[in-house]
Design a protein around this ligand. Structure first.
Ligand code: BES
Ligand code: MN
Ligand code: ZN
Length: 499
């Protein structure tokens, strides 16, 4: 389905198509809605009374083609106590409204953002609503050849009408739309099947960020070999797809300001390699590049909104396949850092990719902080399900900032421990470390492994195996990959790293 177009205008009784009215628990209609209700001879008030509509949070009431006005329908949405709505609630309002409008196959709609109590709805909240609309309306149906009827129609044209429409439009263009487009990019990349999105195709997609002013550096096999990225290369060697490392630089901050770095696991498909995965569910491993997709979508958002920050995104793109040239269990590789790794299980490949990217970023970018994202372990799903991403960090301040940002955007994290006792579990008989630490504490030993490659840099690792894909259906997302993390990290940057 094409994306809805979003406009902002001042509240006006001359509306057509679908009118969406927001009503609080006191059930008073805001001014424009009250005027229209009068024209209908009180049809809206009557519907509210007869349907026993209580105006509670996100309940909806549909009044189809009321007499006396030129409207296809009036959709009344309850918001409970309007003064208590948080940013997340306004997003949700946008999601609920978009869901209803898509269901009704609406072509034109106006969402009236007026409060009955006379208080103004500020532009920030209108932008939250618009973002909620965009997030909810995203669909991934590129490969459906039999289009549903709504696809024949033009996309929904939605007008948000509020007194402060000029400020809202400005903020939407400056910020909201950039975030919506970033999340859209991330979702698209994750949903795309691996035959279409290989390592080179992903790199080309990231390269398009150049148009937004992002500097792109792509390292190919030759450069990686020469520099000694042997841990990453070992994973890639069983695939026909060549490895790629993409470094995206957005330098919107001060010249001398150390960048914040984002690192993503980009395994375009994870078969497990020689330690091959069972067949059931293996198709989901097309999403094993979820961390890299979030980093790419985030860099899009930061550049598109011209964030006043220096931010570097680095992604390691490989495919983990079992062919005659594939890496074996028992192989020992010398990573870019010089530390040696015994490969116990070729399916613990994400850490092998990340360790070289992390080391490279630490050495060449000299970042103020590193946040990595990876669909790293099935064990994090066992621990936290799809509700929270696992957060591991060597820095309490960074960890608290990430947790706080997640609470605001609704992308929550749960902090997990790191400790020398866990670190011992990956000591190897043959090399400096091994790439698995056994069944116990699987997500923690994976994080301990990564920790060995970041030195003293404040670092946080987000294990997003549970949140990047197989996403639960919510008012803000109806597809397999919600784009979890883009909004959180954008918020982290805005709140703590932007001047
Ligand atoms: N990509 C997987 C982790 C994963 C599992 C992501 C389920 C999303 C959903 C990762 O590369 C992997 O295979 N991890 C192994 C590690 C084990 C071999 C130590 C795992 O979790 O089983
Ligand atoms: Mn794996
Ligand atoms: Zn993997």
């Amino acid at each position: 389905m094409p994306q809805p177009s979003i406009a902002f205008a001042k509240p006006d009784a001359a509306v057509s198509g679908v009118l969406v009215v927001v009503v609080a628990e006191d059930l008073t209609l805001p001014p424009i809605a009250a005027a229209l209700d009068e024209k209908t001879g009180g049809a809206l008030a009557r519907a509210i009374a007869k349907a026993a509509f209580k105006g509670k949070g996100f309940a909806t009431l549909d009044v189809v083609a009321p007499a006396g006005v030129d409207l296809d329908r009036v959709l009344i949405v309850g918001v409970g106590k309007v003064a208590e709505l948080t940013e997340k609630d306004w997003l949700k309002l946008g999601g609920v409204v978009a869901g209803k409008l898509i269901e009704a196959k609406a072509a034109t709609a106006t969402l009236l953002l007026e409060r009955a109590d006379g208080e103004a709805i500020v532009s920030e909240r209108a932008v939250d609503v618009a973002l909620g609309v965009r997030l909810r309306a995203f669909d991934f149906d590129r490969y459906k050849t039999k289009k549903k009827d709504e696809d024949e129609k033009p996309a929904l044209a939605l007008t948000l009408s509020l007194a402060d429409h000029a400020a809202a439009k400005k903020l939407w263009k400056a910020r909201g739309e950039a975030i919506a487009d970033g999340v859209t990019l991330t979702r698209d990349l994750i949903c795309e099947p691996a035959n279409v999105l290989g390592t080179e195709e992903f790199a080309k997609r990231a390269e398009k960020l150049e148009k937004l002013g992002v500097e792109i550096e792509i390292l190919g096999e030759k450069e990686l070999k020469k520099a000694g990225w042997n841990a990453l290369l070992g994973v890639a060697q069983g695939s026909k797809r060549p490895p790629r490392v993409v470094i995206m630089r957005w330098m919107g901050g001060e010249k001398d300001e150390a960048p914040i770095a984002f690192v993503g696991k980009g395994v375009v498909f994870d078969s497990g390699g020689i330690s091959i995965k069972p067949a059931a569910g293996m198709e989901d491993m097309k999403g094993d590049m979820g961390g890299a997709a979030v980093v790419t979508g985030l860099m899009h958002a930061l550049a598109a909104r011209k964030a006043k920050v220096n931010a570097v995104g680095a992604i390691g793109l490989v495919e983990n396949m079992p062919d005659a040239g594939a890496q074996r269990p028992g192989d020992i590789v010398t990573s870019l850092s010089g530390q040696t790794i015994e490969v116990i299980n070729t399916d613990a490949e994400g850490r092998l990719v990340l360790c070289d990217v992390l080391w490279h970023v630490k050495e060449t970018v000299k970042p103020a902080a590193i946040v990595d994202l990876a669909t790293l372990t099935g064990a994090i799903l066992v621990a936290l399900g799809k509700i929270n991403a696992g957060l591991f960090s060597n820095d309490d301040t960074l960890a608290e900032r990430i947790a706080a940002a997640g609470l605001v955007t609704g992308e929550t994290v749960w902090r997990m421990p790191l400790a020398p006792e866990y670190d011992k579990l990956i000591d190897s008989t043959w090399a400096d470390m091994k790439n698995t630490g056994g069944r116990d504490a699987g997500s923690i030993t994976a994080a301990q492994f990564l920790k060995r490659f970041v030195g003293d840099v404040p670092w946080a690792h987000l294990d997003v195996a549970g949140t990047a894909m197989g996403s639960p259906q919510t008012d803000l997302n109806k597809v397999w990959a919600s784009g979890w993390g883009v909004r959180l990290l954008d918020r982290l940057v805005a709140d703590h790293y932007e001047k």
